[in-house]
Design a protein around this ligand. Structure first.
Ligand SMILES: *Cc1c(COP(=O)(O)O)cnc(C)c1O
Length: 409
């Protein structure tokens, strides 16, 4: 297809996009220095409303309610936001989700608690291409407890299949830890089938939702997932380092024993008594004082998801990645660029990874011209397409810049 046809097609897709107007709610979308932001899956853009909300938090809630705000709202805020997120984006009933530490720390806590629910079992299953922090946390826990890691050698351009899971789990498996959407390839796990395969072995499944929450529909309760974590600074636009969330299936909560005992997760936090007794319910996942000041911005995006719905967000996400692949096919494959993401939309999350030897070092040149994907070793560019803040024309501008740079290379 000639350039002008694809340009016209992008404009047409933007005109027909029912979510197009949401883009204007974000900071920086008209900034001439950033013509294509393709990394919303690493750090989402802030909502314009976040500035006023953070300012109001400082001057009103913190500044004038002072310590009283703990009683009035902050003590329960991690649970209140957890429940809202659960209803809007996780397919989870109330009382099972809490916003807390970083993803890494919540992973550690949930892994340890999950293993304690399967005493006598000695193996943890994880895949070779899982996000580094997931692998490292499991390596640490395995070393700490003398357990064995069983690795799934998954396809780096695809992801873990239910068959691969079934082949590796068994009576010794305590826990399986997988990403719902693979951070590199964008592969979307068949979560219901994988959950079933894990449960057949009697093990538990911990799903990492970092790259799916806010971009791909999630149905934790219906799928039967046991435990989940996810971050809030990617598609939920919570800001750099905004705290992650944890989901614990209700049936496990009465016996759920996470390893970092702190006063904020104890049964009577303000009594300052002797001896740790965990709080009832999901509060026991909390350890110390929650990062209230970093929980402001994410609430704006959760409200948008409540308004728009995950079905419409997913439809836009699929349309964006389909269009990106069409552009790559027309403009980049003639240079030898390869697609390292699933071509089947049903098995693909919200980003697309493309590979070429010339991409090494190209990211800086793209960043200089205001086109911002990220580079993934050894030679991949990752195009992250955040459904509420990315336009089709922006995708076109980004892929055109990559073509320009390839032509120069
Ligand atoms: C982004 C991401 C993380 C990040 O963990 P932090 O503790 O927030 O640094 C973890 N797992 C996956 C799959 C991710 O994509």
């Amino acid at each position: 297809m000639p350039d002008s046809d694809l340009t016209a097609r992008a404009a047409e897709l933007d005109r027909a996009d029912p979510l197009a107007s949401y883009r204007q709610l974000f900071v920086g979308v008209d900034d001439p220095d950033v013509v294509a932001y393709l990394d919303g899956n690493s750090l989402g853009r802030p909502l314009k409303a976040s500035a006023a909300e953070v300012s109001d938090f400082v001057s009103h809630t913190w500044g004038s309610r002072l310590i009283r705000a703990w009683d009035e709202q902050w003590f329960d805020l991690p649970l209140a936001i957890g429940d809202r997120l659960a209803a809007a984006a996780l397919g989870a009933a109330g009382g099972q989700t809490v916003v807390g530490d970083s993803t890494t720390v919540l992973l550690y806590k949930l892994v340890r608690a999950g293993l304690a629910l399967r005493p006598g079992r000695t193996e943890i299953v994880v895949d070779r291409d899982n996000f580094p922090t997931d692998r490292y946390v499991l390596e640490g826990v395995a070393a700490e407890l003398g357990l064995t890691l069983r690795w799934i050698e998954s396809d780096p351009c695809g992801g873990v299949t239910p068959e691969e899971v079934r082949a590796v789990v068994g009576p010794r498996t305590a826990l399986v830890v997988l990403s719902h959407v693979a951070y590199r390839s964008g592969y979307l796990l068949d979560a219901p089938a994988v959950t079933e395969a894990v449960h057949e072995s009697g093990a538990l499944l911990l799903l990492d939702l970092c790259h799916s929450v806010g971009s791909v529909p999630v149905d934790l309760d219906a799928w039967g997932v046991d435990l989940a974590v996810g971050c809030t600074y990617k598609y939920l636009n919570g800001g750099p380092g905004s705290p992650a969330f944890a989901y614990v299936r209700a049936e496990y909560l009465p016996d759920f024993a996470q390893p970092i005992w702190g006063w904020m997760g104890s049964a009577r936090a303000f009594e300052m008594g002797q001896g740790y007794v965990p709080a009832d319910g999901i509060r026991r996942v909390i350890s110390g004082t929650p990062v209230v000041s970093a929980m402001i911005a994410m609430q704006g995006t959760i409200a948008l998801i409540e308004e728009v719905g995950m079905t419409a967000i997913r439809a836009k996400s699929v349309a964006l990645t389909e269009f990106a692949l069409r552009l790559v096919d027309a403009w980049l494959t003639p240079y030898g660029v390869e697609v390292s993401s699933p071509t089947d939309a049903e098995r693909r999350g919200g980003h697309v990874t493309i590979d070429h030897p010339a991409f090494k070092g190209m990211a800086e040149r793209l960043w200089e011209r205001g086109v911002i994907p990220d580079f993934r070793r050894p030679q991949g560019l990752r195009l992250g397409l955040s459904p509420l803040s990315t336009s089709f024309t922006e995708v076109l501008t980004g892929v055109a810049a990559i073509r320009d740079e390839l032509a120069r290379a």
